[in-house]
Write a protein that binds this ligand. Structure first.
Ligand code: ATP
Ligand code: MG
Length: 384
């Protein structure tokens, strides 16, 4: 009797002709996520089986599989020969010794001598004989014993479904560049877009030495959390120190964040081109702070020339974002108290509804092209 893990995938059936491609991306991602753990991954009519792993790795395998987008659910199962005695032994193994239950059988092997109802009835009856505190409840059982008779002479027996991450396999929907700060929102935005199958690269802007190295390390840690879901990522790090100094020196202080945001978007678009990203992603949420009013978003959006900007959190409340941040495992890192570059030279009263004319007037005081060129020259890429 061998322990295996059944992996079922989601949404792939929607993709018709592309199904083969989606499956290949998914299997590559599963392989990447299980790297370093002994296992064999096999395809079996519309699902995958992880086999030949070490028993003590089961929890680790499960926790890694939970982060692979495109997986609908998975189960730890016992694999036995398709023989009623062997199937019963496995059922006995996964059966609890009290409570209500039912047996549900799926029979892919139509040559098997009993049909699904007969298999369920026979195994259920034998379990009732063995465990005196069990009762059958076909409508509302406390647990279900699943029997899956495959075509290849083997049967899988299991009693649990783990929920997978859902969505589509990362890499099946192109590549995006996430503007990642050290805050709560942007890693969640990256997670949401990765769930739709997009490979994510990251870009972070810092103002060292006004911001410290811990602030940078925090962003590296956040990008690492995200990379567990995206089968790796590249973090682009760019200094905006000189840009902030110039704004501080030459412009109306109330426009610091507004102007800086426009620089970030322009630089992000240049870096996106360098790394082959097809869109920008931000953690903006409508009305959350002064720079995220519709006027603020118009201002930062209007400098992006070619790429769409995805803002998956636009309609989310902070609590909803925090819940997702906790779920993905980023929250405890995000709340560490290191300063972001946006807090450097922060005005007491930032403009809340900046008009494009006044922004352009402020920008005229700066050598925008040169500042961008110098900032891009500070680009450093960390592979995670
Ligand atoms: P977050 O929690 O993601 O920091 P926030 O609520 O603090 O978001 P802002 O600081 O206004 O919001 O930033 C809005 C978005 O701009 C962020 O979600 C992120 O996408 C981008 N951004 C802000 N600061 C940086 C930075 N230093 N580097 C890269 N992107 C940034
Ligand atoms: Mg922030």
């Amino acid at each position: 009797m061998e322990k295996v893990i059944i992996i079922r995938y989601s949404e792939l059936h929607l993709k018709g002709k592309n199904r083969g491609y989606f499956e290949r991306v998914l299997i590559t991602n599963i392989e990447k996520s299980l790297k370093g753990l002994k296992h064999e991954l096999k395809r079996q009519s519309g699902r995958y089986l992880v086999e030949n792993f070490d028993g003590f790795d089961v929890d680790e395998i499960i926790s890694r599989l939970k982060k692979v987008f495109g997986i609908h659910s998975f189960s730890v199962a016992l694999k036995v020969d398709s023989d009623m005695n062997a199937i019963y032994k496995a059922a006995e193994e996964v059966c609890l010794d009290n409570g209500s239950f039912k047996v549900e059988t799926h029979r892919a092997d139509k040559a098997f001598p009993l049909n699904s109802l007969q298999i369920s009835a026979e195994i259920g009856g034998r379990l009732l004989n063995k465990f005196k505190n069990l009762s059958v409840d076909v409508h509302n059982p406390q647990f279900v014993i699943n029997i899956d008779v495959r075509e290849n002479g083997t049967t899988l027996v299991f009693n649990e479904f783990f929920k997978g991450a859902g969505g589509m396999p990362v890499g099946s929907s192109g590549k995006g560049l996430l503007l990642i700060s050290g805050g709560i929102d942007s890693p969640v935005a990256g997670h949401m877009i990765a769930k739709r199958g997009m490979q994510i690269n990251c870009i972070h802007f810092h103002s060292y030495p006004y911001t410290n190295m811990q602030a940078r390390d925090k962003v590296v840690e956040l990008a690492k959390v995200l990379s567990d879901y995206t089968c790796g990522t590249k973090l682009n790090i760019v200094s905006v120190t000189h840009i902030q100094e110039e704004i501080h020196k030459k412009c109306n202080g109330e426009y610091m964040v507004t102007l800086l945001r426009r620089f970030m978007m322009r630089i992000a678009e240049i870096v996106a081109k360098k790394c082959g990203a097809q869109c920008l992603i931000t953690g903006e949420s409508l009305g959350q702070v002064a720079s995220q009013t519709v006027e603020g978003i118009t201002s930062s959006n209007s400098v992006v020339k070619y790429l769409p900007v995805l803002r998956p959190l636009c309609g989310f409340d902070k609590e909803e974002i925090i819940e997702r941040s906790r779920y993905m495992g980023a929250y405890d890192i995000s709340i560490q108290p290191y300063e972001d570059c946006c807090t450097v030279f922060l005005p007491k009263h930032p403009v809340i509804k900046p008009s494009i004319e006044s922004i352009l007037d402020e920008e005229k005081k700066l050598d925008v092209e040169k500042l961008i060129e110098d900032a891009v020259a500070t680009l450093e890429v960390v592979s995670l």
